[in-house]
Design a protein around this ligand. Structure first.
Ligand code: CTP
Ligand code: MN
Ligand code: MN
Length: 522
């Protein structure tokens, strides 16, 4: 097969004279003629012709080439040839791929014609850089990751290996597989060959091996083995119970437990959270739909506005990133007048509990002041409530938006720190849940209360994805010497906190392009 010309000596590619000796009239244009399907003699003839007319024609592909001209090739074929023969990586490729018609018309006109769409070769397999325009960053916060994942086959496999690593408490491997999966999610094309991985960072040997095997065999044996692995299956099952982490799941596994029924039948002492998690297990493992999230949003808003009509409620987490379903619903609550939000969570949860809307709640007090001067931790210190809602299947119509009655207000003062749902009759719902034919669904809801001054940081922190947040913080530390968390951004060089009223301002402080929520699905 006649391929592109082998490397030849390049003679003054940018200089005033073309190798043929004629004056170069159009210096800004650099032509490269693809030999494939054109043949070497026709290529030589066209080269001579063009040079005589003052065009610069390159013998080999280089950065100074602006027009890659070919005859009877598709754009994909030309790209593939260039990559193979000249090691031109998709990343950084800027020349136009054009059909011979542009060349002949330009020769006829005696000058380079403006490129029109009819001249351009269609490229179906779009290269990363051609679409993204810049090299791919190893930081998720510098990539745009929509929900349109073109590499699900690979990312699903890597996700299973990441999960397994997490269940083995191997943080390093968990991160490596998660990063590999995330970077593939951000690619604008679907990978069909190992060459497609050129110029892509964050892919370790192990991840590459997995991808290669899937490309060759359609599946990866390591992933298949993990899926069949008893420990993986059991720990995945146990950690899918609300309130159960890897350590607990592993302990139960080592004690010989394998199923939920065995767990239920065992004498193992469960926490209040785990008891609820097990009780509502089936419901909590059915994804929450957007319609359900919106409905809960209306309920939460109505409840909050009973007590604080000007409070602001924002849907965050996966739904804010555009997901159509999620494992829970996350809301961020604030008030423009800082301080007004204090105590609100108790009032709201208490009232909702009396309305029979709450199956479980666990309120955590704000610990920001206490924590502020210590080592920054993983998440945040907001007042929050991890809850389980009882979402009626029929429309909610009796939720009044009226001012709270005295009873509502009094209730607040009586409430202890935890366990509001106990007072509202969790026990009666226990029987209902067990009964099966119920007209409601248990849904996990997170309510986070943020003081107004920290709202933008809280919104950014609670919108996720987890890897996006992690990389934002990593980026801030490494490149900006700043500490970012869900409360604030601290500049270690100026030794001061940087205020922000919007997410855009936070990205600006970090010197990052703004990435909207639906592109944070890293
Ligand atoms: N988060 C946090 N502190 C926690 C839990 C979560 O800051 N204790 C942040 C994480 O950055 C996460 C976001 O809040 O990205 C939402 O968390 P979560 O509800 O667990 O995940 P989602 O992305 O919303 O996914 P899903 O839709 O499945 O709930
Ligand atoms: Mn969520
Ligand atoms: Mn959540």
């Amino acid at each position: 097969m006649a391929l592109l010309p082998r490397k030849k000596r390049r003679k003054d590619p940018l200089g005033g004279n073309s190798p043929g000796g004629a004056m170069v009239k159009f210096k800004e244009i650099g032509i490269f003629l693809v030999e494939r399907r054109m043949g070497s003699s026709r290529r030589s003839f066209l080269t001579e012709l063009a040079r005589k007319k003052g065009f610069r024609v390159e013998e080999q592909m280089s950065e100074s080439v602006t027009h890659v001209v070919s005859e009877n090739n598709t754009g994909d074929e030309v790209l593939e040839l260039l990559e193979k023969q000249n090691g031109i990586c998709s990343t950084g490729f800027t020349a136009a791929l054009v059909d011979i018609t542009w060349f002949t018309e330009s020769m006829g006109a005696g000058r380079p014609l403006e490129l029109e769409n009819c001249h351009r070769l269609q490229v179906k397999r779009i290269s990363a850089a051609a679409v993204i325009g810049t090299p791919i960053s190893p930081y998720a916060c510098q990539r745009r990751t929509t929900l349109n994942n073109k590499n699900r086959l690979f990312t699903d496999a890597l996700k299973i290996l990441a999960e397994n690593a997490e269940l083995c408490e191997s943080e390093g491997r968990y991160l490596a597989f998660t990063r590999a999966s995330s970077i593939l999610k951000s690619l604008p094309y679907n990978m069909t060959r190992m060459d497609d991985l050129q110029g892509i960072p964050s892919l370790g040997d192990h991840s590459r091996k997995v991808i290669k095997e899937i490309l060759e065999d359609g599946i990866c044996s390591e992933v298949e083995n993990v899926i069949q692995n008893e420990r993986y299956q059991t720990l995945k099952l146990f950690t899918s119970i609300f309130g159960v982490g890897v350590k607990t799941a592993d302990k139960w596994y080592r004690e010989g437990l394998r199923t939920l029924d065995e767990l239920r039948a065992s004498k193992i002492k469960l926490t209040k959270e785990q008891t609820a998690g097990l009780l509502y297990y089936e419901d909590l493992n059915v994804p929450v739909t957007r319609a359900e999230a919106d409905l809960i949003g209306q309920i939460v808003e109505a409840a909050i506005h009973r007590f604080l009509p000007t409070a602001v409620i924002t849907l965050t987490g996966g739904f804010r990133r555009g997901n159509e379903s999620g494992h829970d619903v996350d809301f961020l609550i604030t008030h423009p007048e800082e301080g007004k939000e204090e105590g609100l969570i108790y009032q709201v949860i208490s009232w909702m509990a009396t309305q029979g809307l709450i199956l479980y709640d666990d309120i955590t007090e704000n610990s920001y002041q206490k924590w502020k001067n210590q080592e920054p931790e993983k998440f945040d210190h907001f007042t929050k409530c991890f809850s389980i809602f009882k979402l009626k299947r029929e429309p909610i119509c009796n939720l009044e938006l009226s001012r709270p009655s005295n009873h509502d207000c009094l209730a607040v003062n009586e409430i202890g720190r935890k366990g509001l749902a106990d007072r509202a009759g969790t026990t009666q719902h226990v029987t209902a849940a067990a009964a099966g034919d119920k007209d409601w669904k248990a849904v996990r809801v997170d309510l986070i209360i943020a003081p107004f001054g920290q709202y933008a940081y809280a919104l950014l922190g609670w919108t996720g994805s987890r890897l996006f947040e992690r990389d934002l913080r990593r980026y801030a530390k490494h490149f900006k010497h700043m500490n970012l968390n869900s409360h604030s951004l601290f500049d270690n060089e100026q030794n001061k906190l940087l205020a922000a009223a919007t997410e855009e301002e936070i990205f600006a402080h970090l010197g990052l392009d703004y990435i909207p929520p639906h592109e944070r699905n890293a």
